[in-house]
Design a protein. Structure first.
Length: 325
């Protein structure tokens, strides 16, 4: 077979970093609207501070430390700020949010050379750093009270996963976690209070072909199957409760699918998703911490180079294994 290489001009697909980042930002809008309805000023302040801090830190580091032209126009810093905010309580003090943004951009992204070179999801690097450094503030969840509630002095509430650990979760609470409405007694981070809003965003990304189904579906199916087996043995909660509570949908749809930190091939993505699902269930079931999505994604981010090494696409024109023999 002859390989014909033609000179320019070539047809461009229209894809770009900015376009893909904008698609993900738009897909997060339903969840952001629900968070505003639930947490009011807290959601707005936390998101604004996180986004502005991430953009400023990326610009400053690129211009004055790396001596490069800042690339904040690709919207990657904006997306990192959004995802970081979605993993935070709405009453987190502003100075802690700024520290999280600095770690996410400075350590999780720019220290490795910038976009496309970071091995770990920057927003999760920032989130896990804050969780380890400020455990009390990062696990104090305000009760959803809309714009009528205060920012720092909000009344606290238990999260669905902590309630599940204590055996106090009900079917009404499950519907609240799915819809994200009417849960004035249930707390959580900005991005985990409405599973349906995240699913709608995921459908948009699939329709736009910004992501593929392999990672989200493999995570969801693995969690459902593993928790189903455990539930049948009398261990833990039912699969549906695991799927719609906590950061599972946010992580599966928006964070595990990050282009840079996930495998290149579809088979690698499926294995990657299965690994995330297994680790999440293990942490949720036997760990002292009720949520495990952030840790699971970061652990599998570390395994991504290995998956890319052993599961890689066949080069164009490469003969089959039989032909090599």
């Amino acid at each position: 077979m002859n390989l014909i290489v033609s000179p320019a001009p070539h047809v461009h697909s229209g894809d770009s970093v900015r376009k893909n980042m904008l698609d993900v930002i738009l897909a997060l809008c339903p969840a952001f609207i629900i968070s505003l309805v639930a947490f009011g000023w807290g959601a707005l302040i936390t998101t604004a501070v996180s986004v502005v801090s991430c953009v400023c830190f990326e610009w400053l580091i690129a211009k004055y430390i790396m001596k490069q032209q800042p690339t904040i126009g690709d919207l990657s810093a904006v997306l990192t700020g959004l995802l970081l905010a979605f993993n935070l309580p709405s009453n987190l003090p502003i100075w802690i949010i700024i520290i999280g943004a600095l770690v996410a951009i400075g350590v999780g992204k720019m220290s490795f050379g910038g976009l496309g070179q970071n091995p770990f999801n920057p927003a999760l690097v920032g989130r896990v750093f804050l969780l380890i450094s400020f455990p009390a503030q990062m696990t104090t969840w305000p009760k959803p009270m809309g714009f009528s509630g205060s920012y720092l002095d909000a009344e606290t509430a238990a999260t669905p996963l902590s309630m599940m650990k204590e055996g106090g979760y009900t079917a009404h609470d499950l519907m609240t976690a799915f819809l994200g409405l009417g849960g004035d007694g249930i707390g959580g981070s900005l991005g985990e209070i409405s599973a349906i809003a995240l699913i709608l965003g995921g459908i948009y990304l699939l329709c736009r072909k910004t992501i593929t189904w392999h990672i989200p579906v493999s995570i969801i199916v693995t969690v459902a199957a593993f928790t189903g087996i455990l539930y049948a043995c009398g261990i833990g909660a039912d699969p549906l409760t695991h799927l719609v509570t906590g950061g599972l949908m946010l992580g599966a749809i928006f964070m595990a699918t990050d282009y840079v930190t996930s495998p290149m091939t579809h088979l690698g993505q499926i294995i990657y998703g299965i690994g995330i699902g297994l680790i999440v269930v293990i942490i949720r079931t036997w760990g002292s911490y009720p949520e495990g999505m952030s840790f699971a994604i970061l652990i599998m981010n570390a395994a991504t180079p290995l998956l890319n090494m052993y599961i890689h696409p066949k080069r164009f024109g490469e003969p089959k294994a039989e032909a090599k023999k």
